[in-house]
Design a protein around this ligand. Structure first.
Ligand code: ASP
Length: 617
């Protein structure tokens, strides 16, 4: 039986050799991971993706092989032929799967030499400058850390594909050269040579196409889809990223959520079998609950620190700021940080600055000392027993610290949500092994866009509305093009659901409008005139006139998922060839200046950047 990894160059991979292979004559091929030259004996660790095998070259046994081996250096690629032998008792290496055996070389062939690498490949923990790692990405990918994460990502994508095929989903590719599908970001555009002056947009997502596939009757679609969004980059963003994109027909919100949940559990078990799920089935929160309890729509449920509504206890207690906030329609929330009652003035000032950075006017704190006294800058304004009453309402016990923010609805909770994450990090409250998935749904359909004086979709412009809120899709003026902040539309809730994992938004989706007139009404509320609708969404609106099934779907970020499953905080760490924060590919040197002949062919002219003039002066 041939070994699965056998090729013309090798009989086994560098990870295959076991005691049962001893006595066999084999060839191995790989990279020199490490070389130890003891004079007559040279030891080479030969490495490939599958493992490391120790090679011994003895000058007395194989003088020619020894002569070659004495010229090789780290990262040369070699083919070594010899016999596999048991290692001498006491020299086995239990850390290597192949550690019981070694290859006694008869012949060493250099397949290709290597320059000294810009960073060591065989020291997984070596700190290497990020820009150097990106420029020499092919070498960084040889290192254990990145290589194992790319392999984990491949297992993730494979598990996703297998689950979907098993459940009857059809894998369909959608084009990259399309018309703009708005997802709230800027498009990357590609000029058309055949139609000068016209452009394609690269997809921000396959949104319209997957919905059209439902109109076509495919019933269940999925794709590992590339999406491109021209946004300013942040830690967990890249200009191009990968989504698991799916869409299903004749489904309700619960149908899509239960499929995705079952699949996410299957996939997590396949990729990281040792990591426990915090809850199965996943908890489901409404957007309102998520905000009021955790101050965010992507709560990390691995720890408590839940917010409490303190308005009732806080008002009429003697502290004017609280009374005025509530009188103006604002909210007062707080939470108890266990054991932090001993916080120093400096730590508290630091937390106050933190809250201000996220827009809070101030941070009120109450420190419950072990002896029972309450320390607080507002203590002097409060009536007898009020500080204790507030602490109790916040769920605090002796030794705890209560943090309180008063402000506008949602904003006050969001500031506390940030503090909650910060405190949990300082106290190391999150178990890094646990996977805490949580659903959040019933989001508001629209958010008021102050600048343009209109409603904007909070998520996806194709999201449908919760049936009992359908009547709310209108303006107070009666004219959809005369919207105002107090329109009923502001109260409408979308059939939108997001999946969060350990405090990150993993993805989101919705049940869509499948009736033309409702979609059109919703577009109008977002300020799209009939003409603009025809121009931007004419294709899908017309398709809905030919019998569209009720449908919905979701997209989950594969980069984020892979990062979370491999304990990374930056998605660059799970992407083979990512870009820098300014969108550059340092390895291929992109973007780069365009050839004038190409521009001429496209009928384009480039205006020199303003800064170039200044740089010259
Ligand atoms: N197209 C949406 C996105 O990319 C996801 C969806 O609603 O299916 O975020």
């Amino acid at each position: 039986m041939p070994q699965p990894m056998q090729t013309s160059y090798r009989d086994l991979s560098c990870g295959d050799a076991r005691p049962e292979h001893t006595g066999r004559d084999v060839s191995l091929a790989g990279w020199v991971h490490r070389r130890r030259d003891l004079g007559q004996l040279i030891f080479l660790d030969l490495r490939d993706r599958y493992g490391i095998t120790q090679v011994v070259i003895d000058a007395a046994e194989s003088p020619e092989a020894h002569a070659v081996a004495s010229t090789v250096r780290s990262e040369y690629t070699l083919r070594v032929t010899g016999s596999l032998a048991a290692r001498l008792a006491g020299t086995e290496n239990p850390k290597l799967a192949t550690g019981q055996v070694e290859l006694r070389a008869r012949e060493v062939e250099i397949l290709s030499p290597a320059r000294t690498t810009p960073f060591p490949i065989n020291e997984p923990d070596a700190e290497v400058d990020e820009a150097v790692r990106l420029k020499y990405r092919y070498l960084d990918l040889r290192r254990e850390g990145l290589q194992s994460r790319i392999l984990a990502r491949s297992r993730l994508v494979r598990a996703i594909r297998e689950s979907h095929h098993e459940a009857g989903f059809v894998e369909i590719e959608t084009p990259l050269l399309i018309k703009s599908t708005p997802e709230g970001a800027r498009d990357f555009i590609v000029p058309s040579r055949l139609q000068p002056g016209n452009v394609y947009a690269l997809p921000q997502s396959p949104q319209q196409m997957k919905q059209l596939l439902m109109v076509s009757g495919f019933d269940r679609y999925f794709q590992i889809a590339r999406c491109m969004r021209d946004e300013d980059l942040r830690g967990d963003r890249q200009p191009e990223f990968t989504q698991l994109d799916l869409e299903m027909s004749f489904v309700s919100e619960t149908d899509v959520m239960s499929w995705v949940e079952r699949m996410a559990i299957e996939v997590s078990r396949a990729v990281v079998p040792d990591r426990p799920l915090q809850r199965d089935p996943f908890p489901v929160l409404t957007y309102r609950q998520a905000i009021d309890r955790f101050g965010t729509d992507k709560p990390d449920l691995r720890y408590g620190l839940e917010l409490r509504d303190l308005a009732e206890v806080a008002t009429g207690a003697g502290f004017r700021v609280f009374d005025e906030t509530v009188a103006a329609g604002g909210r007062i929330f707080g939470f108890a940080a266990s054991g932090m009652g001993v916080a120093t003035r400096r730590e508290l000032d630091d937390l106050t600055r933190f809250a201000r950075r996220f827009g809070a006017k101030g941070l009120v704190w109450l420190a419950l000392e072990e002896g029972g006294t309450v320390r607080s800058p507002i203590a002097k304004f409060l009536a007898e027993g009020q500080a204790e009453a507030l602490a109790t309402a916040a769920g605090a016990e002796r030794g705890d610290l209560v943090l309180i923010v008063a402000g506008d609805d949602i904003h006050a909770q969001e500031v506390l949500g940030r503090l909650r994450v910060e405190i949990a990090a300082r106290l190391s409250l999150a178990d890094p092994a646990v996977l805490a998935y949580v659903w959040v749904h019933q989001f508001p359909m629209y958010g008021w866009d102050e600048e343009h004086g209109r409603w904007d979709a909070t998520h996806n412009p194709f999201s449908g509305v919760i049936p009992e809120d359908e009547d709310l899709l209108r303006t107070s003026s009666g004219d959809p093009f005369q919207p105002s902040r107090s329109d009923p539309a502001g109260q409408a809730r979308a059939l939108q659901y997001d999946l969060a994992l350990n405090g990150w938004e993993l993805g989101g989706g919705s049940i869509r409008f499948h009736r033309r007139e409702l979609l059109s009404r919703s577009f109008a509320l977002m300020g799209h005139s009939d003409e603009a609708q025809r121009e931007k969404f004419g294709g899908i609106l017309e398709a809905f006139e030919y019998g569209a099934p009720p449908h919905g779907g979701i997209a989950l970020g594969i980069d984020r998922w892979a990062a979370l499953l491999t304990d990374q905080t930056n998605i660059r760490e799970v992407m083979a060839f990512p870009k820098t924060a300014s969108g550059s590919d340092l390895m291929l040197d992109a973007p780069s200046p365009v050839d004038p002949a190409q521009l001429a062919e496209l009928g384009l002219m480039v205006k020199p950047p303003a800064s170039a003039d200044q740089a010259g002066s």
